[in-house]
Design a protein around this ligand. Structure first.
Ligand code: DGL
Length: 255
């Protein structure tokens, strides 16, 4: 079984890709809604919580774990890899692809506060974007809007202007969607920002990395979604955000 985790529904953008690329694998997706958002939590809090969730997935038989959450990846993946024998695949803001695409030499990174303050993020920028101007912007309202299923309308428009105006004025032509919740706002972002802006989302690339690992095939592969929050709400949001996904839903209570 492949375990996928996120602070809420954001990682469904990754689950969708993994499901269509690996139809033979059972997948357990864990949305930690009771604890959402991760973006404003301290690094030690995120590490402790991520360990508890991964521990649970491993006891359920996860052969590989996908952190479909940039914040958890930036903050905890190195410690998780050092501690557990299962492979971990993480998700981080796509600095490298953005540097390849930008023509203005200015890129904007939309991500959580936790990701933007992480050493791993700073190393990414230092490695790939030395000659590039990188403007960062935490977007907590985006996570809240997606968790409510609000993907368009005045609140979304207002938040997009608030978070992107300054970087666009400074000449950014490439915006990184550095949080797994943000791709669900991509249609609104594309509508509201100028047409020459490129958007970078690393969800599909993550799914391709999993295909490199040898995993046990399942005769009747399942997609099982667990949430630490309200199951009905999660199931409703899943139908709205990823209507093509067929899944079963259960509550999960973790201390
Ligand atoms: N979706 C997560 C990420 O990719 C975290 C969002 C949040 O809980 O703040 O960073």
């Amino acid at each position: 079984m492949i375990g996928i985790l996120d602070s809420g529904v954001g990682g469904l953008s990754v689950l969708r890709e993994v499901r269509s690329l690996l139809p033979q694998q059972s997948i357990t997706y864990l949305g930690d809604t009771a604890w959402c958002p991760y973006g404003n939590k301290s690094h030690p809090q995120i590490i402790k919580r991520t360990f508890a969730l991964c521990e649970y997935l491993i006891t359920q038989g996860a052969e590989l774990i996908v952190l479909a959450c940039n914040s958890a990846t930036i903050v905890a993946i190195e410690a998780l890899r050092a501690h557990y024998p299962v492979p971990f695949i993480g998700m981080e803001p796509g600095i490298k692809p953005a540097v390849q695409v930008t023509q203005s030499g200015v890129i904007g990174v939309l991500a959580t506060e936790a990701s933007l303050s992480g050493d791993k993020f700073h190393r990414l920028v230092a490695t790939h974007a030395l000659d590039i101007r990188v403007i960062t912007q935490p977007c907590p309202k985006f996570v809240h809007l997606v968790e409510q299923g609000t993907l368009s309308g005045p609140q979304v428009t207002h938040a997009i202007h608030e978070y992107t105006s300054a970087m666009l004025k400074s000449g950014a032509d490439t915006l990184i969607l550095g949080c797994s919740h943000y791709p669900f706002l991509r249609p609104a972002l594309e509508k509201i920002t100028p047409p020459h802006i490129h958007f970078i989302d690393t969800g599909a690339a993550i799914a391709r990395h999993i295909a490199d690992h040898r995993l046990t095939s399942d005769k009747s592969p399942e997609t099982h979604i667990l949430t630490t929050g309200d199951v009905q709400q999660f199931s409703k949001l899943t139908s709205q955000l990823t209507p093509e996904l067929q899944a079963t839903f259960s509550p999960l209570s973790l201390p």
